[in-house]
Ligand binder design. Structure first.
Ligand code: ARG
Length: 462
């Protein structure tokens, strides 16, 4: 029997019922639905809208349902229309007449808006913790590689020397921003829609501030039409999660490159790679590839949410039932990716020699060679051109800037002295970049400290 049976004389078509139903997606919010109802009942009692005895029975009944769900004594009926209908029907089945009083001064429209916020609040907090675990691994690994030199790239061409710590700490910054963005979304999400009713509140003397306080919201939504129509918070969370996936996919791509025999900068632990069914030599970085691939799903979820909301008139429209599948999938995907990615990064072995070798071969000290001439008084443009000529000479002779003789240097410019070798020494070039944010040890130490400080600040706030 349907909730709205009074108005209807015909049973709905079974296929249409299935089409209309959202229980397979929204049953995961059952705890939030029950907790929201318990707070609603408490408010109805305090305001004298329902008798105290009945309110107490409703509260106890809802707690029993929650308990029975957790113990397995009660399972969700997948034939129900949605989670709200299931909880109310079960309560009424158990309490009779009293159960029917719970829905006083409430609509499923404000109820679902509440449940989604409560549910996403929990998921968002957990995702922030998952990101913090990754950032912690990055900071710890960075601390071990402050002197591990590798080429930094632009256009995927060897450019200037950096350290592995410096490189990892760049990702730490991205994931810290992601945590901040999720936190911002959660903060704006933290307004309580219950009491908006179907769209225009209610004539009952409800106390929305009280319900908001009971459920840990900062305030009730200020406008009831907005309260039931707003799904910005789903979009904001999906957008923040899309950026998490952008960052994960960039990192995944680098790890995939680094694992190749062309680079051999890192080796993934056996537990985080797979073999080939035919090629015995293979060790494939599947997890990194899958993470890179799954980014598309989350962008799709964001696009689905935006398209669903675009052009919707106020207030609730059934289109909005599509919100949950998209935003839940975004949460599930990011959480699964992080669960695989973080231990993969933690256990990967770093091949310092291969990194150092690559750093020695790509003329990544050419800028430093030009800077050497500038420090001796030459204009940078002239120095740039002169060193470009030296690099061409090296390529022709199969040499590096380190192995050019002083005579060869002097032939290019009399300004060169024997101290040029010190100026282009890779270690000196890297450790000389001590500006704020750079690769030198004192700078990466400061970055690690900053990352750890931000992590603990965010932890304290949570
Ligand atoms: N299952 C619905 C949803 O997820 C709940 C709200 C239903 N409200 C309505 N007026 N049909 O959006």
């Amino acid at each position: 029997m349907k909730l709205w049976a009074g108005r209807f004389s015909k049973e709905a078509d079974k296929q249409l019922d299935d089409f209309n139903s959202s229980i397979s997606v929204d049953s995961r919010m059952i705890k939030e639905d029950i907790l929201g109802s318990i707070a609603h009942a408490a408010m109805l009692k305090k305001q004298g809208i329902i008798a105290p005895g009945e309110a107490d029975k409703i509260t106890a009944g809802l707690q029993d349902i929650l308990h029975d769900l957790q113990s397995g004594a009660l399972t969700v009926d997948m034939e129900a229309e949605d989670v709200h209908t299931f909880v109310e029907a079960t309560l009424t089945e158990r309490l009779g007449e009293t159960g029917k009083r719970l829905h006083t001064a409430r609509s499923r429209n404000d109820q679902v808006a509440l449940d989604v916020r409560l549910y996403l609040r929990g998921r968002g907090e957990q995702l922030k913790k998952d990101l913090a675990a990754l950032v912690t691994v990055l900071a710890d690994k960075a601390a071990q590689h402050q002197e591990t030199i590798l080429p930094g790239y632009t256009h995927l061409q060897r450019a200037q020397p950096v350290t592995f710590a410096h490189h990892l700490l760049a990702y730490a910054q991205m994931f810290l921003r992601d945590m901040g963005r999720i936190g911002d979304a959660l903060e704006r999400m933290n307004e309580m829609p219950l009491g908006s009713g179907a769209l225009a509140t209610t004539t009952y003397p409800i106390d929305r501030w009280y319900t908001a306080e009971l459920l840990g919201f900062s305030a009730p939504c200020a406008n009831s039409l907005d309260g039931v129509s707003d799904r910005d918070f789903c979009v904001e969370l999906a957008a923040a999660l899309s950026l998490v996936m952008v960052h994960l996919s960039r990192f995944a791509e680098e790890i995939i490159l680094w694992c190749s025999w062309e680079f051999r900068f890192v080796e993934l632990d056996d537990a985080f790679s797979t073999g080939s069914s035919i090629m015995p030599q293979k060790k494939n970085p599947d997890i990194a590839e899958l993470v890179r691939g799954k980014s598309g799903r989350v962008f799709g979820d964001l696009m689905a949410l935006l398209s669903m909301l675009k052009g919707l008139p106020l207030a609730y429209n059934k289109d909005m039932q599509e919100d949950k599948e998209a935003v839940f999938d975004a949460c599930d995907t990011v959480s699964a990716c992080l669960a695989a990615f973080t231990p993969m990064v933690r256990t990967m072995r770093v091949n310092k020699q291969a990194m150092r070798h690559a750093a020695a071969a790509g003329f990544i000290n050419a800028t430093d060679c030009a800077d050497y001439l500038v420090k001796k008084g030459m204009a940078f443009r002239d120095a740039y051109k002169l060193v470009g000529g030296l690099v061409a000479e090296c390529i022709e002779k199969g040499k590096t800037l380190e192995t050019l003789s002083l005579e060869e240097y002097k032939a290019a410019s009399p300004v060169f002295e024997s101290d040029v070798y010190e100026a282009i020494d890779l270690k000196n070039c890297t450790m000389g970049r001590g500006a704020y944010g750079g690769p030198a040890v004192e700078s990466t130490t400061a970055q690690i400290d900053l990352v750890r400080k931000k992590l603990s600040e965010m932890e304290e706030k949570a």
